[in-house]
Write a protein that binds this ligand. Structure first.
Ligand SMILES: C[S@@+](CC[C@H](N)C(=O)[O-])C[C@H]1O[C@@H](n2cnc3c(N)ncnc32)[C@H](O)[C@@H]1O
Length: 351
């Protein structure tokens, strides 16, 4: 398995009816064996080996190492936990949306685990969304059974004029302020960085760089069905309390449905971004040596719930390193990791 297999059209068997490359796009591709990569039962909705094609601006799935991959480490177990914790809601789940889909892998895993009848995907870039749609269709066993919708643009703005309402909206949006001289259109910049925004964001959320999650939460209210929920995937370089209070400020009851860890992907730009933000007065942010996280979580039973996650966060505190130290250790060749939290938010009911 390798992250990037080729940048050309691959040889295909006559039986392979997956869509080929889009015209005028520089396509790379990755292959992912679904069952082993996601550690799931043999897939029933997906091809055994997922073949995803990527454009320049598309977030790269970390096909060579599931410990670095957001979908393998975070989205897939979070969807499984959602099913276990909310069996009725999961059974009734008809309409699923993912904001900032990248390669479309989150939508594919949602199709396997949550089995909605409709999936909507968005991202900031036209080519990313078009390619995600091709990837989704190409890797489903029976694509005709799924209604697919897509939109290009900021958060839920693409669906502003539609009647679409969702049972579950997922996001794994970036946090770090866009550095000077970098554009969100440059390569994968929009996967790690966010541009300055217009919303008024509570001070705590702002200080921990939760601006885009908060903006998403504000918008999501009007796109949820009456019993609908959001799932936000958040790199835990900030205190869990800051995340939970951001949800409360946006009008949600929040419950941590996954508290886990992953290896920091894109470590140069991401750790540098947090170190610079910390220097500028944000945070403080924390990381860990990946070996410490691996050893700690290997001993833990699966934990969900706010109280359980906060106990783990406290137990891990002696191993925390701040962003500047993490950058130094990364430059010395150490593998850096961070915790992750997936938070289920349900709009607060009026008393
Ligand atoms: C970290 S990547 C996650 C990709 C994929 N969802 C996953 O979990 O692997 C973040 C994605 O969000 C997209 N994104 C960033 N800002 C966005 C915004 N304001 N609205 C919609 N999508 C955005 C990026 O282009 C990128 O594809």
């Amino acid at each position: 398995m390798s992250d990037v297999i080729d940048r050309s059209t691959t040889e295909r068997s006559p039986a392979d009816r997956r869509p080929g490359s889009l015209p005028d796009l520089d396509l790379a591709s990755v292959e992912i064996p679904a069952q082993t990569f996601f550690q799931i039962a043999p897939p029933t909705q997906l091809a055994e080996t997922l073949r995803l094609r990527l454009t320049e601006q598309c977030y790269l799935p970390k096909a060579s190492d599931p410990l670095k991959d957001w979908i393998a480490r975070v989205a897939c177990p979070a969807f499984q936990n959602y099913r276990r914790r909310r069996p009725l809601a999961a059974e009734r789940l008809e309409r699923f949306c993912t904001i900032g889909t990248g390669a479309g892998l989150d939508a594919l895993v949602a199709a396997e685990i949550l089995r909605p009848g409709l999936i909507a995907v968005t991202d900031l870039h036209r080519d990313v969304v078009d390619q995600a749609m091709s990837n989704i269709l190409a890797n489903l066993e029976t694509p005709e059974r799924l209604i697919l919708r897509s939109g290009v643009g900021d958060l839920l703005a693409p669906f502003q004029n539609s009647q679409l309402r969702f049972d579950l909206i997922y996001e794994n949006l970036p946090n770090i302020p866009l550095p000077d001289g970098v554009s969100l259109d440059d390569g994968q910049a929009s996967s790690s960085f966010i541009a300055a925004r217009g919303e008024s964001v509570p001070a705590l959320a702002q200080s921990y760089l939760m601006d885009l999650h908060y903006a998403f939460l504000l918008q999501a209210h009007r796109f949820l069905n009456p019993d609908g929920a959001v799932l936000c995937s958040i790199g835990g370089r900030l205190p869990l309390q800051a995340m939970l209070q951001t949800f409360a400020a946006a009008g949600y009851d929040a419950e941590i449905i996954l508290y886990s860890w992953k290896i920091q992907s894109e470590p140069d730009e991401v750790i540098t971004g947090y170190a610079e933000a910390q220097q500028a007065g944000h945070g403080p942010f924390h990381f860990y040596l990946a070996e410490d996280l691996a050893a700690f979580f290997a001993k833990q039973p699966e934990i969900t719930g706010n109280a359980g996650a906060e106990v783990l966060e406290k137990q891990l505190r002696p191993k925390q390193i701040d962003a500047a130290t993490a950058l130094t250790l990364h430059r010395q060749g150490k593998t850096i990791g961070h915790t992750v939290a997936v938070i289920e938010g349900r709009p607060k009911k009026a008393a």
